[in-house]
Design a protein around this ligand. Structure first.
Ligand code: HEC
Length: 129
């Protein structure tokens, strides 16, 4: 009988996620061809200069003029070690949700397409080596 209860309960438990988790899963599919699209990368570069450069640096090297006093030093996005271990969906989630307990804000106000363009730009820095 106990087993039966678990058989019924377990899928429910697995399916129930916090609202944050649900938000994280909503856009897991990378739009087709986005990461290689030169227009997306260029659009991402311009968005980056407008919204991210203050902290992350104009060339995404982590040397933004406002970097002093942030929760952590913004990363150099050209760093091959970081590029190796991150993923497009992880970058997308960070941009969408921000990082809690840190100076990295949420950019949910940008359209999903704009956020993917930013991912395309950041990813392209790893290939430019
Ligand atoms: C107010 C300053 C600020 C702005 C503006 C900002 N960031 Fe950040 N970001 C940070 C900081 C600080 C961290 C490191 C957070 C930590 O680890 O505590 C971070 C972390 C990140 C990370 C995770 C990197 C890692 O170490 O894994 C990504 C990706 C990122 N930012 C992308 C962006 C993008 C794209 C934009 C623009 C749309 C942006 N950020 C705008 C401050 C900022």
């Amino acid at each position: 009988m106990r087993c039966l209860i678990w058989l019924i309960l377990l899928p429910c438990l697995l399916a129930s996620c916090s609202p944050a988790e649900t938000a994280k899963q909503e856009s897991i599919t990378i739009p087709e061809g986005k990461l290689q699209d030169p227009a997306a990368i260029e659009s991402g570069r311009l968005l980056f200069r407008r919204y991210c450069a203050l902290c992350h640096g104009l060339s995404a090297d982590g040397k933004g003029v406002r970097r002093e006093g942030l929760s952590a030093d913004p990363r150099n996005f050209h760093d091959p070690v970081w590029q190796e271990k991150t993923s497009p969906s992880e970058i997308f989630h960070t941009i969408t949700d921000g990082l809690s307990q840190s100076s990295m804000p949420s950019f949910r106000a940008l359209t999903e397409d704009e956020r993917w363009n930013l991912v395309a730009y950041i990813e392209s820095l790893g290939r430019a080596r």
